[in-house]
Write a protein of this length. Structure first.
Lengths: 90, 301
C-alpha cells in the first residue's frame, strides 16, 4: 500500500490541555473520608474525571483540575462531600 | 452490573475546555470505559469539538477525527471502510454528535450510513439545543422552551428521532440517559458486540443551556426519565424493550411524576411560572407526553 505523508494538523493528548482548570473553581469539594461508604457514585458522575479511584475503592480529589461544579456533593447519598467557598478563612 | 464493576481505564484526560457540570464529558467517560482504547471517534461541529481543546493539545486519549457539521456519519463510513481495507476489523468506529448534528444537519448523512449498514456506532448526546454556538433552537428542543432564537418559547413540539431511526430497521438502537451510567454502559457494550449500524441517544441536561445550577445535571436527567419526558428503551431485532423506570411507567406499575417537577428547576421554562403561571402551556406539555406514552403502550407493550 502506498504511504501518504501526513499533511494535516494533529493534536496530542496532554493533561490540562486548557491549563489548570482548577482556577475556575468558586466552591471547593471537601471530602470526609470517615463518612465515605465507597459507593463510587462521585467517581462515575464526575464530568472532569478529577475524582481519583484508589485500589481499595476509596476516592481522592484532584484539585489541580477540579472545576468545582458540585455534582459529587449532589450525588453523594451519605453527604460525605460538602461544598465550601474557595479561600474561606477557617 | 454495579458502579464498582465499571473498568478503571480512563481515556478522558482532566483539564479540558468543558463547562463545569458538563453532561457530554460525563457520558463520554462511560462510553470510553465501555468501548476501550481500540476505537476511532468521529466528531462533527458540536460541543465536543470544543471540549477536545486547542491545537496542539487534546484531552482525549483516543484517535479522534474532526469533520464538518453534516458529515459525522459519512466520515465514519469512510473511516470504517479504510480500517476494513487495512484488515483492522476489531477497531470500533464511533460517530459522536450532538442533537443539532443528528436531528437537523446530519440526518441525511446518518440516514444514508444506516441504509448502507455501515458497521459503526452512532452516538447522539441530546441536550435539546445548539449549545456550542450559544443556545439556539434545534429539532430536539421541547415545546415552550426558551432559546436565543425562540425568545417567547418554542411553538412546535420536538420530533421523535428514536422512531425515525427504528424505521431504518438497523440491528440495534437505544435511548439512555447520563444519570444512569450502568444502563449507558450496558447499552454501549451491547452495541459494540453487534455487527452493523447501531444508534444510541443519550439525554444530556446542559446547565448553561437549560439554565439550571451546574450541580444538578444528574438530578435533571433522573427527573426527565421519571416525569416521562424521556424514555429509556432498546430496539433489537425489531423488538422494543423498555428499561428501568420507563419500563415501570409503560406497564403502569408507577405513575409518572407531573412535568412541573422537572421544568420548574429550569430557567428555560421560567416564563411559564413568572409573573403568572401559564396553566395552558403546561397542560399542553402534559398532554403531549401523555399522548406519547399512549402511543408507546399501543405499539410496544
Amino acid at each position: 500500500m502506498k504511504k501518504y505523508k501526513i499533511s494535516t494538523t494533529i493534536s496530542y493528548p496532554v493533561k490540562g490541555a486548557m491549563g489548570r482548570t482548577g482556577n475556575w473553581r468558586v466552591f471547593k469539594p471537601i471530602l470526609d473520608k470517615e463518612k465515605c461508604v465507597k459507593c463510587l457514585r462521585c467517581w462515575i458522575y464526575c464530568p472532569e474525571a478529577t475524582i481519583i479511584r484508589n485500589n481499595d475503592d476509596t476516592v481522592d480529589i484532584d484539585f489541580e483540575y477540579c472545576k468545582g461544579c458540585g455534582i459529587c456533593a449532589n450525588v453523594c447519598k451519605v453527604k460525605a462531600i460538602i461544598m465550601e467557598r474557595e479561600g474561606k478563612k477557617k | 452490573m454495579a458502579i464498582k464493576d465499571l473498568p478503571r481505564e480512563e481515556c478522558y484526560i482532566p483539564g479540558s475546555a468543558a463547562c463545569p457540570g458538563c453532561p457530554a464529558t460525563m457520558a463520554m467517560r462511560t462510553v470510553f470505559k465501555a468501548i476501550g482504547k481500540n476505537m476511532v471517534m468521529i466528531v462533527p461541529a458540536c460541543c465536543t469539538a470544543v471540549i477536545e481543546s486547542l491545537h496542539p493539545n487534546t484531552s482525549f486519549d483516543i484517535p479522534t477525527m474532526n469533520i464538518a457539521f453534516e458529515a459525522a456519519a459519512a466520515g465514519a463510513s469512510g473511516v470504517e471502510a479504510g480500517l476494513r481495507k487495512q484488515g483492522k476489523t476489531d477497531t470500533t468506529v464511533v460517530a459522536w454528535a450532538g442533537d443539532g448534528g443528528t436531528y437537523d444537519i446530519g440526518i441525511q448523512a446518518l440516514s444514508g450510513a444506516l441504509e448502507r449498514q455501515t458497521n459503526f456506532i452512532y452516538i447522539c448526546y441530546n441536550n435539546e439545543i445548539y449549545s456550542n454556538t450559544g443556545i439556539q433552537r434545534s429539532g430536539a428542543t421541547p415545546y415552550a422552551a426558551w432559546t436565543t432564537t425562540t425568545v417567547g418559547g418554542k411553538t412546535e413540539f420536538r420530533k421523535e428521532m428514536g422512531e425515525i431511526i427504528m424505521s431504518h430497521h438497523i440491528p440495534y438502537a437505544a435511548q439512555t440517559c447520563v444519570s444512569y451510567p450502568e444502563d449507558l454502559y450496558n447499552k454501549v457494550k451491547k452495541a459494540k458486540s453487534i455487527k452493523g449500524s447501531k444508534y444510541i441517544e443519550i439525554m444530556a441536561p446542559c446547565p448553561p443551556g437549560w439554565r439550571f445550577g451546574m450541580e444538578r445535571t444528574v438530578e435533571m436527567g433522573t427527573m426527565a426519565v421519571e416525569t416521562g419526558a424521556w424514555a429509556l428503551y432498546e430496539y433489537e431485532n425489531e423488538v422494543v424493550t423498555f428499561n428501568g423506570k420507563s419500563k415501570l411507567i409503560l406497564e403502569g406499575k408507577i405513575k409518572r411524576k407531573p412535568i412541573e417537577d422537572w421544568i420548574k428547576y429550569q430557567g428555560r421554562f421560567r416564563h411559564l411560572f413568572i409573573p403568572k403561571k401559564d396553566v395552558e402551556k403546561i397542560k399542553a406539555i402534559e398532554n403531549h407526553i401523555d399522548q406519547k406514552w399512549e402511543r408507546y403502550r399501543k405499539c410496544y407493550l
